[in-house]
Design a protein around this ligand. Sequence first.
Ligand code: ADP
Ligand code: MG
Length: 457
Amino acid sequence: METLVKEKWSEIIAYLRDEYLINGVLFRTWIEPLEVVSFYNGILIISIDEKKQGDILNLIEKKYKIPLQVAIEVKTGSQVDIQFRYKSELQADRVSSYNNGDNLEYKYPFLSNGHSFDNFVVSGSNNIAYAASVAVAENPNGQVYNPLFLYSGPGLGKTHLMHSIARYILQNNPDYHVTYTTSEEFTNDVVDAIRTNKQKGDTIATSKLRKKYRNIDVLLLDDIQFIVGKDSTQIEFFNTFESLYQSGKQLVISSDRPPNQMEELDMRYRSRFNSGMTIDIQPPDFETSMAILKNKQELSDKKLDDKILDFIATNIKSNIRDLEGAYNKILLCSRFTKPNEKITLEMAEEALKDLISPDDEKIITADYIIDVVAEHFNLDKDALLSPKKTKDIAVPRQICMYLCNELTNLTQTEIATKLKRNNHSTVIHGVNRIKESLNVDKEISNTISVLRKKLET
Ligand code: ADP
Ligand code: MG
């Protein structure tokens, strides 16, 4: 709406002038200096330039509010309510609002999903991307890494980091002009401008577009892969990039792959994009997934058993969006349980059965292996996890280590934690002992194949 009114502004005020017979001098002093600021919740904010126009708010409101509303409706087809504000007052608001999370989200709706550095879980799979993002957010002057180019498969946190960068900059540098845009939005803007140019037979719309994207301090473009190959959009973006880059402005770009794997991307831009800092984000390991789930859990009033979180983290490995989806799906189960009734692992398995592809091998967790091995040797699970080193316990425990190593994706450190051992060298030793025995000890090799069958069917 804001854009539409801005685009049609000259038509709107011309209509006002003609319909309400406002003469030349009045028009130039009172109407022409008005500026459309923003549109939110049906209210269009229009600024009065106090310096040029004086204290005329009451007068303008009395005389022109309704006529202007009518003119807007005639020219855009939409009804709006208008609020006039002095420019100086708006600027003061703008500065103070940057320190206030709510207002920031009001002014920049893309921030409303709450992504920030504070709620980004940092781990081995994303710590470099995180550190570089923080460095750029702290020094958004194009001097640290420019451009910062983040890439990864879907759902691994690129958008989360870009939003965090934008939020941090806006909170700490009130007068910075930060623009975050997706490829889709950028494409729409370019296509609209070209269409308007054609209709009007001029180039005003593209000039406006350039003004919008080039008159800024920081530009973040999310998912650039969608504009690479789209000729006019890609050219427009590259020109924008070049113009900002040359004037030392900060650029942050995300993509599903690194610049040198974007075949349709001009060589010149491949090296341009690579000239700053190119960083990937890897799929989460088990510990990261658990940390993210526990983080989510803190924000929710329904708690899930660690066993269930373990089950989700073990099964949903591809990306964090799916991980969160699986978690939410299990929470939905609580709709069907009584308020104090717990969600069981069986219910969780049932809830996720469509997400875990039927072709996947049966998912085996460390806990499951421990249970099956304890049962097989008729041992107490606690004994298996205790410090005791007698042979009747040490061998089954080593078998657990071996099976965890073979049948799960856990690292040896993670297996050590699961089995309550102090460090991963115990696991390496245990796994090797069983491997060696397999060739020479018939009893061990039989036991292992029986256990594998138990676990895998
Ligand atoms: P991408 O842009 O790479 O496709 P998103 O940034 O949209 O991925 O992330 C998908 C979801 O996962 C979002 O809800 C996001 O908040 C969450 N997410 C991703 N990485 C993390 C992380 N390290 N810590 C917490 N949440 C994360
Ligand atoms: Mg994204």
